[in-house]
Design a protein around this ligand. Structure first.
Ligand code: GLY
Length: 391
């Protein structure tokens, strides 16, 4: 009799332990870890420091001018959004406040990331009106980078590796348009929207190849708008598909469609997504460049996977192509499950409080290879919030 009872119980127990976690269970587990990690991260940061990476067993920080300074505040805002944790809310306010007046400092196109991820999310979640002037001034500063002859916002003001650029534009810049669109929505400035539209149109015309992959950098003549050169700085070669660049592209055009309703932006994002879905490895985490030859297993870029996952979730709700919607959502779920595994998710107390391991910052520059990066954490949590908000 005892034996008869035991076997069914054993079967239920074994089935229970092998059952795949539901998305909600997985997200709860990740956000519980994210709370602990972020409290630890916050405790190590001085008033003028932001997390950048974790290399050689040490936390690497940056000042507020580094392009990633908005990601830790933004990560805290997403943790607050998912958990409602009041301690995290106060840390989100504290880390965001460290960026007040950023527009008075030396900035480049990435002021879009810096301001929108921090103040933009902060305003969205709390309605704190002290964040509005930061959004307005940040967008105005970004708009000053517009070169009408070329129809683009200039990305960088410096040169790298002997280049003598006139008006360099990197694909990453598509992401900064979200600040302009947010400011347009909040304050009604048509000029900001027009700049965002023109930049997106120019980039659509010049950055992409026939297979829908894109160049990292296009340099325009700032006086005539003529294209001077197409190349890569962070990818394997000028003609290769640098993984994070492709992620910025699919995300940037889905975001621009969501903000403007312009059909061409949706088509652009859909085409980039189809290319990515055909090229991503089985577990959904790209190697740092889709065209780099024989790479070690850990030359992945978790940050690119996180950005893609977030965008695939958006696309699954925006596209009219039912098959693409299904494929995008399935890939996003696969990417998020892989990133939530022990291989990618930092253990409690590990990596100085970063959440994800195994990103690649700048492989050709021999910088930030197979390390945690603040933007990987930000887009990972953004994607988890989004997937849990789907109907
Ligand atoms: N925006 C710089 C990068 O993606 O590495």
């Amino acid at each position: 009799m005892k034996l008869k009872l035991f076997f069914p119980l054993l079967i239920v127990a074994v089935a229970g332990c092998c059952r795949e976690e539901s998305l909600r269970e997985m997200s709860d587990r990740v956000f519980e870890r994210a709370v602990a990690q972020s409290v630890l991260m916050d405790s190590q940061l001085a008033d003028d420091e932001f997390p950048r990476s974790f290399t050689a067993d040490s936390l690497v920080t940056s000042g507020c001018e580094w392009w990633c300074s908005g990601f830790f505040p933004g990560t805290l805002w997403y943790i607050y959004e998912y958990t409602g944790n009041e301690e995290i809310l106060s840390l989100a306010r504290k880390q965001t406040a460290k960026l007040y007046g950023l527009y008075n400092r030396k900035t480049d196109h990435d002021i879009g990331f810096q301001v929108n991820c921090s103040f933009g999310n902060g305003y969205r979640l709390t309605g704190d009106t002290t964040y509005l002037p930061e959004i307005a001034a940040g967008a105005a500063k970004l708009a000053k980078r517009y070169y009408p002859a070329a129809g683009v916002l200039r990305s960088w003001d410096f040169n790298i590796r002997g280049n003598k650029w006139s008006c360099p534009v990197i694909i990453d810049n598509m992401m900064n348009l979200e600040l302009l669109m947010n400011a347009h929505r909040l304050f009604g400035a048509d000029s900001l929207k027009n700049i965002a539209l023109t930049h997106a149109n120019t980039t659509m015309a010049n950055h992409f190849r026939e297979d829908w992959s894109c160049f990292h950098l296009v340099d325009y003549d700032k006086e005539t708008g003529e294209i001077r050169r197409k190349q890569t700085i962070q990818g394997y070669s000028d003609d290769s598909a640098w993984a994070r660049g492709q992620a910025w592209a699919v995300y940037g055009y889905a975001m621009m469609y969501r903000e403007t309703g312009v059909q061409e932006y949706l088509s652009q994002s859909e085409n980039v997504a189809r290319m990515l879905l055909g090229r991503l490895p089985e577990d959904g985490i790209p190697y740092w460049d889709f065209d780099s030859p024989a790479v070690p297993e850990d030359d992945r870029d978790a940050s690119a996977a996180a950005v893609m996952a977030s965008s695939f979730i958006d696309l699954s709700t925006l596209t009219q192509d039912a098959e693409l919607a299904e494929d995008c959502l399935a890939m996003a779920e696969r990417q998020l499950r892989t990133l939530s595994s022990d291989h990618y998710l930092a253990g409690e107390g590990e990596c100085a409080g970063f959440i994800l391991k195994h990103s690649t910052g700048n492989k050709p520059g021999n910088s930030e290879i197979d390390v945690p990066l603040s933007y990987a954490d930000y887009y990972f949590l953004e994607a988890l919030v989004k997937i849990n908000n789907l109907e």
